[in-house]
Design a protein around this ligand. Structure first.
Ligand SMILES: Cc1cc2nc3c(=O)[nH]c(=O)nc-3n(C[C@H](O)[C@H](O)[C@H](O)COP(=O)(O)OP(=O)(O)OC[C@H]3O[C@@H](n4cnc5c(N)ncnc54)[C@H](O)[C@@H]3O)c2cc1C
Length: 498
C-alpha cells in the first residue's frame, strides 16, 4: 500500500514538539518522524494560558498532571477575569465548567433572568463553582459536588510554554523522533504535483519526506514561503496587531485565573505561574507607539520586573489553506488569533487530532485535504467570532479602539447571536463550536447585561419554588467552595517545582 513513510516537521516551538510527541505516540511505530529546528531562530517565547481540553492531550501522551505542572512551573486556571471590558470599573469572569443546573430542557440562566425581575442583585456567577473558587484563590480537584446534581471544578493550566516544549521534546526523542538542528534554507517541489519532496538545511543536508508539517512560526517557511498559500487578514475586525511581554515577580496570593484588563488602546494579560507572573499588553499599533505601550504595561504591573520587555508584531487571520498539497501548517504558521481566550495551543492540539483522524496515504487524496480545511475554517471562524464579541460588545467611554469596535460591522452570525440573546435570553452555538453556550452567555451577560426576556418555559415553577431552587444552588456552591484548598497550598503539595 502507498503509505506515508517519512514525516518531516519544521520548527521546534510548542507546535512542533506537540505534533512530534503525539505523532510518535500514535503512528511512530510505522512512520519515521524527523523534527528540524534552528538554534538561530528563537521560538516565540510566550503562550502560557490554556483551556481545559489540554488535559486530554497530556493524558493521551501519558503525562501525569503532577509531573507536567512540576516540569513547567504550572498552576491551575479556572477561567479568565475580564476587567473594564464592558465598561470601565466593571469585571466578570469567563469561568470554565457549568453554571447552576438546567431544569429539564430549560437552560439554567433563564431562571436567573426571571429571578432578577424581582431581585436585581442576583448574580449569575453565584452559581459558578469555578468563579467562587477563583474569587477566593482556591483550588482542589473535584469532579462532582457530593450529594448534589452539580458538576465540580473544571480546570485548565497556566505554564511556561518553553518548558512544555522541552518536556515534549524529551518524550518525543525517547519515542524515536529524530531531531535535527539546522536552518531550512531551501524547499524542493515536485515539478508535476507541486508537493514538497525535500528541504535543504544550511549545512547542505537534504531531508526528504512524504508529508511535511510546517511549525516554523509566523514566517510559514513551507506553507507560505515555499507554497505561497496566501493569508486571510482579519485585522479589520480585530485591529490589535502588537504585543509587548514582560515577566514579573509573583504576588503573595496565587490566583487560579488569568486576568485580562482592558485599557484605552488594547488589553493587558496577567498569568500567574509558580515562580513568576507572565504579563503582556496587546494593543493596536495605529493608536499607540511602541515606547508608550511598554511604559503603559510596566506602569500597570505591581511586582518587580524580571526581564526586558519584548515587542511582538502579528497579523490576525489565517492561512487560506491550513493543509496545502502535502504540507500542513500548525501553530503560528497556520494563522493567529490574539491570546484573549487562550486558544492558540488548543488550535495546535485540535489540528493534530484532526490530522490523525484524516491521516492520508502518500498520494494525498484531495477530498481528505478539503475536509481538513473545511473543519479548520469552521474552528478558526468560530473562535474569531467569539473574540470579536469581546471587543464589539462594549460601552467603554475611553479609547478610539473601543468606539471603533463597538460601531464596526461584524460577521452576521455575531449580530444574530447578540440579538437573539438580548431579546429572548436564548443562545445557540453549533455542536462543533469550541466555546459553548455557557461561554458565550458569560461574555454576553458580563459585557452586555441581562437579556430583556427569558424562555417562557422557565415560568412553569412558582416564585417560591424558583427562589428555593436558586437558594439551594447558591448554598451548595458556597459550601463546596469552603472545602477547597488554597491554590498555593495545593500546588505546593501536589506539584511544587524547584
Ligand atoms: C503575544 C502572544 C501571546 C500568546 N499567548 C498565548 C497564550 O496565552 N496561550 C496560548 O495557547 N497561546 C498563546 N500564544 C500563541 C503561542 O505562543 C503559539 O501558538 C505557540 O507557542 C506555538 O508557536 P509555534 O511553535 O507555532 O512557533 P514558534 O514558537 O515561533 O516556533 C517556531 C520554530 O520554528 C523554527 N524555525 C523557523 N524557521 C525555521 C527554518 N527556516 N529552519 C528551521 N527551523 C525554523 C524555530 O527555530 C522555532 O523552533 C501567544 C502568542 C503571542 C504572539
Amino acid at each position: 500500500v502507498n503509505s506515508i513513510k517519512n514525516v518531516v516537521i519544521v520548527g521546534g516551538g510548542s507546535a512542533g514538539w506537540m505534533a512530534a510527541a503525539m505523532l510518535a505516540r500514535v503512528v511512530g511505530r510505522s512512520i519515521n518522524i524527523c523534527l528540524i529546528e534552528s538554534d538561530d531562530i528563537p521560538t516565540i517565547g510566550v503562550g502560557e494560558a490554556t483551556i481545559p481540553p489540554i488535559q486530554i492531550f497530556n493524558q493521551a501522551l501519558g503525562i501525569r498532571e503532577s509531573d507536567f505542572l512540576k516540569a513547567t512551573q504550572g498552576t491551575f486556571k479556572l477561567g479568565i477575569q475580564f476587567e473594564n471590558w464592558g465598561q470601565e470599573g466593571q469585571h466578570y469572569m469567563h469561568a470554565f465548567g457549568d453554571i447552576g443546573k438546567d431544569l429539564g430542557l430549560t437552560p439554567f440562566h433563564h431562571y436567573v433572568v426571571r429571578a432578577t425581575r424581582n431581585s436585581p442583585d442576583i448574580d449569575y456567577w453565584d452559581f459558578s463553582l469555578n468563579y467562587q473558587a477563583a474569587l477566593k484563590h482556591r483550588f482542589s480537584p473535584l469532579t462532582n459536588i457530593p450529594d448534589s446534581p452539580l458538576c465540580g471544578i473544571r480546570h485548565a493550566y497556566h505554564f511556561d510554554a518553553g518548558l512544555y516544549a522541552q518536556l515534549l521534546r524529551k518524550i518525543s526523542v525517547q519515542s524515536g523522533v529524530e531531531r535535527k538542528e539546522g536552518k531550512v534554507v531551501d524547499v524542493a517541489l515536485d515539478s508535476r504535483s507541486g508537493h514538497i519532496t525535500s528541504v535543504r538545511l544550511a549545512d547542505g543536508q537534504v531531508v526528504e519526506g512524504d508529508l511535511f508539517i510546517d511549525c516554523s512560526g509566523f514566517r510559514g517557511r513551507l506553507i507560505e514561503q515555499a507554497l505561497q498559500t496566501g493569508y486571510e487578514d482579519w485585522s479589520h475586525w480585530l485591529p490589535c496587531d502588537r504585543a509587548v511581554a514582560v515577566q514579573s515577580e509573583s504576588e503573595s496570593v496565587l490566583r487560579p485565573y488569568t486576568r485580562s484588563i482592558a485599557h484605552a488602546e488594547g488589553w493587558q494579560w496577567q498569568i500567574p505561574l509558580q515562580h513568576r507572573i507572565g504579563n503582556g499588553f496587546v494593543y493596536a499599533g495605529r493608536y499607540l507607539d511602541e515606547a508608550s505601550a511598554v511604559e503603559k504595561l510596566c506602569n500597570n504591573i505591581d511586582g518587580r520586573l524580571l526581564n526586558e520587555p519584548r515587542t511582538i508584531k502579528f497579523v490576525t487571520g489565517r492561512r487560506k489553506k491550513q493543509w496545502n498539497r502535502n504540507c500542513i501548517a500548525l501553530g503560528l504558521a497556520s494563522g493567529f488569533l490574539e491570546p484573549l481566550e487562550s486558544t492558540s495551543l488548543h488550535l495546535v492540539q485540535s489540528a493534530i487530532t484532526r490530522l490523525l483522524k484524516l491521516f492520508p496515504r502518500a498520494d494525498i487524496e484531495p477530498s481528505v485535504v478539503d475536509e481538513y480545511n473545511r473543519q479548520s475554517l469552521i474552528e478558526f471562524e468560530g473562535l474569531r467570532d467569539f473574540i470579536i464579541l469581546h471587543y464589539h460588545l462594549n460601552s467603554r467611554k475611553e479609547g478610539v479602539l473601543w468606539s471603533h469596535c463597538r460601531t464596526m460591522d461584524v460577521p452576521d452570525r455575531i449580530t444574530q447571536k447578540i440579538d437573539l440573546f438580548r431579546r429572548t435570553g436564548r443562545i445557540h452555538c453549533a455542536s462543533d463550536e469550541l466555546f459553548s453556550n455557557i461561554a458565550w452567555q458569560q461574555v454576553l451577560i458580563g459585557q452586555g447585561g441581562m437579556p430583556n426576556d427569558y424562555d417562557p418555559m422557565a415560568d412553569h415553577i412558582s416564585d417560591t419554588q424558583l427562589s428555593d431552587y436558586l437558594n439551594s444552588m447558591r448554598t451548595i456552591v458556597a459550601v463546596a467552595t469552603k472545602d477547597l484548598s488554597a491554590h498555593r497550598d495545593y500546588i505546593k503539595r501536589f506539584c511544587g517545582a524547584a
